[in-house]
Design a protein around this ligand. Sequence first.
Ligand code: ATP
Ligand code: MG
Length: 568
Amino acid sequence: MRMSQLYSPTLREVPAEAEIVSHQLMLRAGMLRRSAAGIYTYLPLGLRVIRKVEEIIREEMNAIDGQEVLLPIIQPAELWHETGRWADYGDEMFRLVDRNNREFCLGPTHEEIITALIRSEVRSYRQLPLRLYQIQNRYRDEIRPRFGLMRGREFIMKDMYSFDRDEEGLDQSYWAAYHAYERIFKRCGVLARPVEADSGAIGGDITHEFMVLADSGEDLVLYCPDCDYAANVEKAECRPIESQAKDSALFKPVEEIHTPGSSTIEQITEFLKVKPEDCIKTLIYTADDKPIAALVRGDHTLNEIKLQKVLGCETLELADDETIHKLTGAPVGFAGPIGLDIPLYADYSITNMINAVVGGNKQDTHLVNANLGRDFTVTQTADLREGEPGDPCPRCEGHLVGARGIEVGQVFKLGTKYSSALNASFLDESGKECPIIMGCYGIGVGRTVAAVIEQNHDKDGICWPMSIAPYHVIIVPVSIKDQEQASVANAIYNKLEDAGVEVVLDDRNERPGVKFKDADLIGFPIRVTIGPKSLKQGKVEITMRRTKEQIALPVDDVVDHVVKLVKS
Ligand code: ATP
Ligand code: MG
């Protein structure tokens, strides 16, 4: 490709619309243009990278016996009614009607479509296992589309679905996909950490998210530097705390304190000159229409997902002001466990607190010196709080570290959730009808490209890993008007092309500074510079984009050397 013909309009300025570096660089390097919020056109360089990532994914999916299909973008509402997700999906779903008033959506995901496909044709255990995947546009009307390809409303996803006879088969499919994901991200040149994630409020299903650690990430990850443990903050386990025999001689008498207007932990700690870890927060919820209270230490955050699992309830919502008033006799902010006549669920960390500050169940009132066992009892203690950096690792003696992460992929054991809802079953050896056991496995293609840039750039631009660079090499003659330079450049260009190297020749009549800047911005891994000085000695220069390492080589050796670099 000749640079004079390549459609890659580069920008000198950082576009105002772009907040994070990958978005800025993709716009500046002429890879991407915005069409509407979260909707983009891929320009030639951007599309080449996307296609390379797709090809790596395809190879690895084929290697685990995945078969590629292409499912429709436009999906009939009826299928979504069968699983109940037409209603559940809410505003994130793009919906439309055809000329006959039939309802459709633009596929945000494809569990319904693929399960409906399978149910009509897979009847026997002999047809299983089956792994089908596609690489396809996805549509989600995200509340906050942002960060370019990171969170689009139209984006490309690879999704694979596995269909097995039993749990054992599902386990094999799951770990095959998990390990394929490890290979995919490694081949794309990005470090992605598998982390345990939450699979939704109910059910013991397993799921891992693949997280690229980066400051721009929207997720919070906790990981142990001493072992493999890593989890999304929603999922991170907190170690149980053994309840210790408390010395009741230390218990002071409960005292009622007038605390006007102090309804938050900040206000109460300020007012009473105590630390947040000396206070107990009492949060009142409505769980399947019944009130319960959750107790967590003042410096902790309640994790609603954990609470819902402990309760085993379908719905869980913070109680409204009126309910709280009715139960506690006080406005919001003064609830406490003493004398509160509803089931109380306490986080482990409450167990060994002594002389705690609690709400007084009365307007503008708190109680000090509250002690579990003496002044109140609880229905259950459990792991109810959100994990935090510094927490003990649940698996080893280390301590957890926090980091921000970009979720580039997720693997999920679905079990029979969709096969039951959509009646996808098979007959086993004994002729018994059983639901098919499913798994699903997604990778955001564009988000992966953006994450690669987040991890691979410097102040001058992108440093593409060779495996997904839009082109491997750029040849820059310092002056294209110079006949000798031009002819050496052309000769190297032709030979590299013949050797199967993806190469761009910068044949523009521009100042060398401009050409070097563009080369660095776009991020070609290798630059071959043909300048008057070295050419006098029969040499040209090779510069590695990432390290800026430079060597001069005789003109005749360049092609072999570059081919080796590209292949390694
Ligand atoms: P998120 O929590 O970031 O919204 P998700 O968990 O809803 O993502 P999945 O349904 O698991 O996403 O989709 C599989 C993959 O698709 C994700 O791991 C991510 O890489 C990608 N993805 C999801 N939503 C978007 C989006 N709006 N833009 C780009 N990629 C996305
Ligand atoms: Mg996900």
